[in-house]
Design a protein around this ligand. Structure first.
Ligand SMILES: Cc1ncc(COP(=O)(O)O)c(C=O)c1O
Length: 325
């Protein structure tokens, strides 16, 4: 017989798939690490489980405890799977910018979901940062995950995602391109890959409305860079501890419109039904094409599944309403 003991054991070992039509104008081999093959349909299963296991190991998370996190959905799903298998309660705090589908999915796997306004400062008591911290303090036997500053987030990618990509490309990867939110994926993968070959270039994909690119280039945290945007999962109005700016070679910004259009193109041209930040990442690869040569192997990581965006970029009326057609 060939089976695993529980759903958590199916996390990781996702496929690397060559992109064909959508990257035809690029003179390099472009491979997508498609993370919706994880059981919670996103890359975040990896770090969610790692954060839980590390918190159990050092006593921050105790038997029968409650896990509290500010999450846009994907981390919540990963935490929910871990909570179910390991017997914890889960409270997810999110913002009203996120897809309704994401909340429904979290509730389907037993999480309590609290929704906060998006357009308030991070230190405002109504923000999802402040609300999640407060709930964690007020709930007995609770553990606040804090994926932004929790080092286990990047460690998960250093231990799993990076080695998988190195092995799958037979050590031939030359460039890694990925959307940046908490920074866990880029920092963990980059650390592992640069230890194997320091010449590998690491590119972060950012949004207009986020502080990352300017901070990386100038060292200035410019509040004028912060404004509301549509792309989900990437870009920030804070500097998470998990973003290791030193290890990143550059950031590239992609517009909301391009991210939405390329999310749809990925589905229609490659059959890869992926999420919004994946369209941004692929458009970012196209914007960076001058950096790649014929012998290069470019890996772009696709964070999550398209099923969470049916009511948004996969919906024609929504696209029209936003002026994206
Ligand atoms: C859809 C999506 N894309 C991209 C990211 C960014 O990944 P990371 O937080 O590892 O930087 C996240 C997570 O925040 C996400 O949920």
């Amino acid at each position: 017989m060939h089976y695993v003991d529980n759903i958590l054991e199916t996390i990781g070992n996702t496929p690397l798939i060559r992109l064909n039509k959508i990257t035809a104008e690029i003179d390099a081999l472009v491979l997508a690490k498609v993370e919706y093959f994880n059981p919670g349909s996103s890359v975040k299963d990896r770090m969610a489980l790692k954060m839980v296991e590390d918190a159990e190991a050092d006593g921050r998370l105790k038997s029968g405890g409650t896990i509290v996190e500010g999450t846009s959905g994907n981390t919540g799903m990963g935490l929910a799977l871990a909570a179910i298998v390991k017997g914890y309660k889960l409270i997810c705090v999110s913002t009203d910018k996120q897809s309704k589908e994401k909340f429904d999915i979290l509730r389907a796997v037993g999480a309590e979901v609290i929704v906060c306004p998006t357009d308030v400062a991070p230190d405002d008591p109504r923000s999802y940062y402040s609300t999640s911290k407060r709930i964690a303090e007020e709930t007995p036997n609770a553990w606040y995950v804090n994926q932004y500053d929790n080092p286990s987030n990047a460690v998960a990618h250093y231990e799993q995602t990076g080695p998988e990509i190195w092995k799958q490309t037979d050590g031939k990867i030359t460039h890694f391109v990925v959307g940046v939110g908490t920074g866990g994926t880029i920092s963990g993968v980059a650390k592992y890959l640069k230890e194997q070959n320091p010449d590998i270039k690491i590119w972060g994909i950012d949004t207009y409305g986020s502080v990352f690119k300017k901070y990386h280039e100038t060292g200035i945290f410019d509040e004028k860079e912060i404004y509301p945007y549509i792309t989900e999962g990437i870009g920030e109005d804070i500097l998470p501890e998990n973003v290791d700016f030193e290890i990143i070679d550059g950031f590239e910004k992609v517009t909301d419109k391009d991210a939405a259009i390329y999310t749809r193109k990925l589905a229609r041209e490659e059959g890869i039904f992926a999420g919004n930040s994946c369209g941004a990442a692929v458009k970012g690869v196209l914007q960076l094409k001058e950096h790649f040569g014929p012998d290069d192997v470019v890996v772009v990581l696709l964070h999550d599944s398209g099923s969470r965006y049916i009511g948004k970029m996969y919906n024609d009326d929504w696209m029209k309403e936003k002026g994206f057609f």
